[in-house]
Structures are given as structure tokens and as C-alpha cells.
Unconditional design. Structure first.
Ligand code: NAD
Length: 491
């Protein structure tokens, strides 16, 4: 295994009111690396008191930050982007060590994307505009987009830096202050980013607490002074966040899970399509992506030959140590998730008539048995109403479901509680557009399988969430409230 040259500290602290502090109860959470199951650092086990300190600090910082000129706020965000540039490699290595994502295929790109996010929201901070309404000759009516106040943000571990920075940059650009509860499984790179951001921001504008969801997370979503909840994570916890918000009529943004369909038409039995479905499945992120196209609907007439193409291309991807430049695919984030994924694979393969076209149960000896590694797995012969086709596995497991009739495949694609993303593969643009318009998902891609793009109002239908944060419009909708001022100019 490659040595960890990342500059990891033994101990990381929370950021509260511009100070780096341990948890008030002096308790800690060990952070284990999924690449070799070694403990790599410890972080504070933040709880109610830490959240209260952070929310109070954010509340004190709010008036000053709100009244800072938007373009001046934007300039600070851009300075943070510039300051992050020299740290890409170091922070990318930390992500790979803490959450198992491969350095070459994932983590470097994630940090570069985060820099772009600071630049994007920094550059549009001055675009938060209101309107005037032509009521009559003497009344001037105009609207303002005002920030909400203290935002409580909660993020998961799968793309920890990208998802945290999305919330930090957009909420702050709009003039809010923020308390971020980072994911306990992968908090280190986020704290490294906060360290750099904190050098530019006034104290209390950005606060970061690490802790468990049931402790720090609950304290944040129920704190009376938080004015907005912005959550990315599972649908089950998203539902709890929404319930807590309803007690105080708080606005919420929820970016939740997915069980996304990929539909392969008979005219698309080609190698580039097979490669595209592998990208869409996010196999190089171990399938740990909300947009993973994990239900592969393949037309019956091309089933065997298309699955062959998928497995041939998958065999070219190497599973290995996330820090190794040769690895395309890294490790599953933790034991809980590893056991869960293995449970789903067992469940799928125990059914009669299913086969693993590739992958299957994880290795029990050799270097890959030292961490939480699972080979990419393609299960053929699945039916759409089975558990493995309905529940979000959040692992490298793709279910292949045959189809014959176009109406039927659209019905199956929509037969899920989720509605985040979808992928359609065909040369027939008419068919592609018919399918794209019929599918219940916030983002449909045709003949491409890439990840989210900045500036696009990305988000979910159905239980995949509400709200959009990835764009200027999303930032305005998610992090400001509209106020009208009406003036009788005759008096
Ligand atoms: P999770 O819901 O278990 O945890 C997410 C965060 O919520 C963590 O920080 C956790 O500590 C916190 N949390 C847990 N219980 C809480 C509670 N009761 N109150 C407040 N906070 C609580 O999700 P996860 O396993 O970390 O992440 C994977 C999930 O995230 C998947 O479902 C995935 O699809 C989803 N996700 C969605 C998007 C999107 O943009 N739609 C992006 C990434 C991940």
C-alpha cells in the first residue's frame, strides 16, 4: 500500500466563532480509514452545547455579514478559492484516506470542483436582485432579497468537500452565516477547507462542528435560532429534518437519495454506451453517489451482448488502495456501509435466476481484504419490484432489468419513491426526448453519464428531495427571502 504522506494531524478541532476548540464534554470520535481500517485521527464529538455556541456565534456575526456589500462578500469567497489552489493535492489525499475515494479518479477532481464553487458563488454574489412593480404613477413598489440569518447545514461523507462547499459558498454569498455539521465519517478535509476559509472570513460567519447525527445533528435541526435547514443525506434523515423544521415553519432544502434508472434502447448496443452506463453508475466512486444509475434497463433483444460489453469494460477498472495512482476504484467508506452493501449482494444472488455477471462477494484474502473493498458488481435477472431494485444500496451494485415495451420501461423507471436522476441511451432523438419528458426525475441525461454541473438547478423529484442549490437561481431561492417595500411618493 502507498504510504500516507498527507499531512494528517492526530487531532482536529471544531471551528466556533473563529476559534479552534474541542467538544465541551471533551469527548472524541476516532476516524478510521477504510483503505486499511487504521485509525487516522480523532475529532471532537460535538453535542448540544457546541451547537449552541456555534449558533450564538453565527447569530452575532450575522448583522455585519448581511450588511457587507455583496460584491465584497463575493471577493472574499474568491480569495478563499485562490488560497485553496496550492492545497489541492494535500486535501485530495486526505479525502482519499478518510472516505476511500480513489485519488486519481475522484478526490483531486472534488477539491478542484470545490474551488470552482467558491469562484462561481463569489462571482454571482452581486446578482441577488429584486424587482420593481409598476403599481401606479405615485406608488413605488420594489422587492429586496434578504438573507435568512443563521443557516444550519448538514452534509454526508460521500463527496464531503464538494457538498460542504456548495452550502458554505452559496449561503455565505447570499449574506447568511452558517453552522455546518460535517459528516462524522469524513470530517477531516472539510475542517482543512474551513481552516483556509477562516483566514478570510470575519469570525463567526462560518462555524463547523463535527459530531454524530443523533447528537450534534439533532441539536442543530432543533435549535430555535436557526432560520434555515439545508440538508444533504439519506431520505430517512431528510424526513426527520423536515419534521423538525415544521415545528418552527423553517424553510428547508433537502438533497436526498436516489435509485436512478438507465434505459438502454436496442439501437444503443455499442461500446461507448456500455462505458457511459459504467460512468452513470458511478462505479469509480464505489457507487456511493446519489445520482448513481443503479437500475440498468436493457432491451431484451440486446441483453446478453450489452451485458458482455459492460463486464468487459468493468474488468479494465482496478479496485485498490485509494492513494495508489493505478487505482480506478477505492474502498467503501466504513464497516457499516460495507456490511450493508454485502448484505444486498447476498440478497440479490440468493434469488433464483440471478447471476453476478461480474463482481459478487468481496475478497476474503490478499491486500483487498485489509480494507472495505468490494468489486464492482452487476447482477443480471433482477425484477424491478425486488428489494435490491427498490432500495438505495449506495454501493457498487448495478441491477440489470430486461424490457421489451417502451411504455412498460418508462413505467418501471418511474416505479420508485425516488426521482433524482436518469440516463437514456439511444440514437433516436425522438424516443430520447419522449422518455426524458416522461421520467419523474430532477435531472435526465441523454447519451452522457457525467456528474452535476455548477450553474444547473439540480435536485430531486418525489422523495429525492426539495429545493435547488447548485445555481444562482437556486442560491436565491434557497438562501434569501423576498421583502416588498411600497412607498406612496405623493406624501
Ligand atoms: P445520512 O442521512 O445517514 O447522514 C447525513 C448527515 O446527516 C450526516 O452528517 C449525519 O451525521 C447527519 N444525521 C444523521 N442523523 C441525523 C439526525 N437525526 N439529525 C440531524 N442530522 C443527522 O446519509 P449518509 O449515509 O451520510 O449519506 C448517504 C446519503 O446521502 C445517500 O442516501 C445519498 O443518496 C445521499 N446524498 C444525496 C445527495 C444529493 O445531492 N441528493 C448528495 C450526496 C449524498
Amino acid at each position: 500500500m502507498a504510504t500516507v504522506t498527507a499531512e494528517l494531524a492526530d487531532e482536529y478541532l471544531n471551528l466556533v466563532d473563529g476559534q479552534w476548540v474541542g467538544a465541551r464534554n471533551d469527548e472524541w470520535i476516532p476516524v478510521e480509514s477504510p483503505r486499511d481500517r487504521r485509525t487516522i485521527a480523532r475529532v471532537p464529538r460535538g453535542g448540544e452545547k457546541d451547537i449552541a455556541d456555534a449558533v450564538n456565534a453565527a447569530g452575532r456575526a450575522f448583522p455585519g455579514w448581511r450588511d457587507t456589500a455583496p460584491r465584497a462578500r463575493g471577493r472574499l469567497l474568491q480569495q478563499i478559492a485562490d488560497a485553496l489552489e496550492p492545497h489541492v493535492e494535500r486535501i485530495a489525499r486526505i479525502i482519499s484516506v478518510e472516505n476511500g475515494n480513489a485519488l486519481r479518479t475522484q478526490s483531486r477532481g472534488e477539491v478542484n470542483f470545490a474551488i470552482d464553487v467558491f469562484r462561481y458563488f463569489g462571482s454571482v454574489a452581486g446578482e441577488i436582485k429584486g424587482e420593481t412593480i409598476p403599481l401606479n404613477a405615485t406608488v413605488l413598489d420594489y422587492s429586496r432579497r434578504e438573507p435568512l440569518g443563521v443557516v444550519g447545514a448538514i452534509t454526508p461523507w460521500n463527496a464531503p468537500v464538494q457538498l460542504a462547499v456548495m452550502k458554505i459558498a452559496s449561503a455565505l454569498a447570499a449574506g447568511n452565516t452558517l453552522v455546518l455539521k460535517a459528516a462524522e465519517d469524513a470530517p477531516l478535509a472539510v475542517l482543512e477547507i474551513a481552516k483556509i476559509a477562516d483566514e478570510f472570513l470575519p469570525r463567526g460567519v462560518l462555524n463547523v462542528i463535527v459530531g454524530y447525527g443523533t447528537e450534534a445533528g439533532e441539536a442543530l435541526i432543533t435549535h430555535p435560532d436557526v432560520r434555515k435547514l439545508s440538508f444533504t443525506g439519506s431520505t430517512a434523515v431528510g424526513s426527520r429534518v423536515m419534521a423538525a423544521a415544521s415545528d418552527r415553519i423553517l424553510p428547508v432544502s433537502l438533497e436526498l437519495g436516489g435509485k436512478n434508472p438507465q434505459i438502454v434502447y436496442p439501437d444503443a448496443n455499442e461500446d461507448w454506451v456500455a462505458q457511459g452506463t459504467i460512468t452513470g453508475m458511478r462505479f469509480v466512486r464505489q457507487g456511493q453517489s446519489c445520482t448513481a444509475g443503479s437500475r440498468l434497463f436493457v432491451h431484451k433483444s440486446i441483453l446478453d451482448s450489452f451485458v458482455d460489453k459492460v463486464t468487459t469494460n468493468l474488468a479494465k477498472l482496478k479496485v485498490g488502495d485509494p492513494l495508489d495512482e493505478d487505482s480506478d476504484i477505492g474502498a467503501i467508506v466504513n464497516k457499516k456501509q460495507f456490511d450493508r452493501v454485502c448484505g444486498y449482494i447476498d440478497d440479490g444472488l440468493q434469488r433464483s435466476n440471478t447471476t453476478a455477471a461480474v463482481g459478487g462477494r468481496p475478497p476474503t484474502e490478499g491486500p483487498l481484504s485489509e480494507g472495505y473493498y468490494v468489486e464492482p458488481t452487476v447482477i443480471v435477472g433482477v425484477e424491478n419490484d425486488w428489494r435490491i431494485a427498490q432500495e438505495e444500496i449506495f454501493g457498487p451494485v448495478m441491477c440489470v432489468i430486461p424490457w421489451e415495451d417502451e411504455d412498460d420501461v418508462i413505467r418501471m423507471a418511474n416505479d420508485t419513491h425516488y426521482g433524482l436522476s436518469a440516463f437514456i441511451w439511444t440514437h433516436d432523438i425522438g424516443r430520447a426526448l419522449r422518455a426524458a419528458h416522461s421520467i419523474e426525475a430532477g435531472w435526465v441525461q441523454v447519451n452522457q453519464g457525467g456528474g452535476q454541473v455548477l450553474g444547473q438547478s439540480y435536485g430531486g423529484y418525489k422523495r429525492s428531495g426539495i429545493g435547488r442549490e447548485f445555481s444562482l437561481e437556486g442560491m436565491i431561492e434557497s438562501f434569501t427571502q423576498r421583502k416588498h417595500v411600497s412607498i406612496d411618493t405623493n406624501r
